[in-house]
Ligand binder design. Structure first.
Ligand SMILES: *Cc1c(COP(=O)(O)O)cnc(C)c1O
Length: 426
């Protein structure tokens, strides 16, 4: 069978669009090689950890009730800690999303009278209410518990070391927060090494300050994690990279043993900590997802790279550039045109295995100033290691794409998007 013919006939993509995507793909073969090398290293780390802790079928057995002695759960914690090169970890399905996991991490280490300092500017949207810089008084935010918050904005995309130093010298800072991924903002994503520089800077001035990292979207993109560069705690979501598209829910926190114990106390209750929490069959998904994670993250990275390359050929600005070193899975493309951006999102929807027949439309999403349009069609609701894209309807019309369980399916989404945009350009 002829591939181009098949695509043209079955997906309505012009031969020109197929050729353009193929050309872009050829231009990033070398980049793919670099990404594959990193994925292989990460896969080896996962294999080593599975073997080290003798992961076996008994670890997948469901437990109920209190969940005492759930060996699958306790071993999974050790496997994560081994891969992330740190003392200890907690991996649980009870965390409903990344925000919840990050919130547990913050409440675990902060006490009334303490100050939290964000050194990478505004934290992720959903954390604003947790911190208490948004939302009502009396709702149980950190602020409500007498925890102060300070924030140092980035300076041209870089940490503003001068002001960070000033803040650290002005008062005792209990913890600093560092966000690895750019999320949906215009700033660079930081490598674990870069995060290590920030941690070192903080600790040189204030050795007691606890360094917390929002590691969402970053896992397995580099061959090390921030914990290997001195971060005290990192946290993330299992419906992103480390769940490998298989874990149906959950989160993880990894890092220093004494702090992980505090996280366990906050996660359940003081005194009980990690001893309780049945897993009801979750473990098999978490292990299998972790096993898949380096490979699936590679698929997402290849899709992001192809997207940057093809829209580069068409003359659009993308971030990161096709040949840039990546530290998360997010790809943004600036369209400077509303209809083209909408066409892009609608095209990406065709690369989803679920709901590929629907056409996304802009809508008034609660809590957002502008209308938003999203492409998503995932086996796991809201999973963003699966192919997804979203864009607020405002200038300069930037769309964000991430994920893709298989490169081939994501490539189809990109081809359909390119085809739609070429039609608009005529
Ligand atoms: C996804 C994400 C979070 C958490 O979001 P949830 O939707 O609650 O999982 C936090 N920070 C960053 C940078 C993220 O990408």
């Amino acid at each position: 069978m002829n591939k181009t013919e098949y695509i043209t006939k079955n997906f309505g993509v012009s031969a020109r669009a197929v050729e353009l995507v193929n050309k872009a793909e050829s231009s990033v073969r070398e980049q793919f090689g670099i990404l594959e090398e990193k994925a292989e290293i990460n896969q080896l780390k996962v294999m080593k950890a599975f073997s080290e802790f003798c992961v076996s079928e008994r670890h997948f057995m469901p437990t109920t009730g209190y969940g005492y002695d759930d060996d699958g759960r306790d071993t999974l914690d050790k496997v994560y800690a081994h891969i992330f090169g740190c003392d200890d970890a907690l991996v649980r399905q009870n965390w409903v999303n990344g925000s919840h996991t990050l919130s547990t991490m913050m409440y675990a280490v902060l006490r009334p009278g303490d100050t939290l300092l964000s050194v990478t500017g505004k934290p992720y949207d959903t954390l604003e209410e947790v911190i208490g810089i948004a939302g009502d008084d009396g709702n149980g935010s950190l602020k409500d518990f007498g925890i102060s918050y300070k924030e140092i904005s980035l300076l041209n995309g870089e940490p503003d070391y001068e002001n960070i130093e000033r803040a650290l010298r002005a008062e005792k800072i209990k913890a600093v927060m560092i966000q690895r991924s750019k999320g949906y903002g215009w700033r660079p994503t930081y490598s674990p090494e870069k995060i290590g520089e920030i941690v070192k800077f903080v600790k040189d001035i204030s050795p007691e300050t606890i360094c917390l990292v929002d590691n969402c979207y970053g896992e397995f993109v580099d061959t090390d994690e921030p914990t290997q560069y001195g971060a005290d705690l990192i946290a993330g979501s299992l419906i992103k990279n480390p769940g490998g598209g298989i874990a149906p829910t959950g989160g993880y926190i990894a890092g220093r043993r004494d702090l992980i114990e505090l996280c366990a106390y906050r996660m359940t209750c003081v005194g009980i900590g990690r001893e309780c929490g049945c897993t009801m069959g979750f473990n098999r998904y978490a292990y299998q997802g972790l096993f898949m994670a380096p490979h699936v993250t590679l698929q997402a990275l290849k899709a992001a790279t192809l997207c940057a390359a093809v829209f580069g050929l068409l003359g659009y600005e993308s971030d990161p550039k096709p040949d840039a070193e990546r530290h998360d899975i997010i790809q943004s493309v600036k369209f400077n045109d509303k209809d083209k951006m909408i066409a892009f999102i609608q095209g990406i929807q065709k690369g989803a295995p679920v709901d590929s027949f629907v056409t996304p439309e802009p809508w008034d999403m609660p809590g957002y100033q502008d209308q938003v349009i999203m492409a998503a069609g995932a086996f796991t609701q809201g999973s963003s290691i699966e192919l997804s894209a979203d864009a607020p309807l405002r200038e300069p019309y930037i769309a964000y794409m991430q994920g893709g369980l298989t490169y081939e399916s994501a490539k189809l989404g990109i081809m359909v998007a390119v085809n739609k945009i070429l039609k608009l350009e005529k």
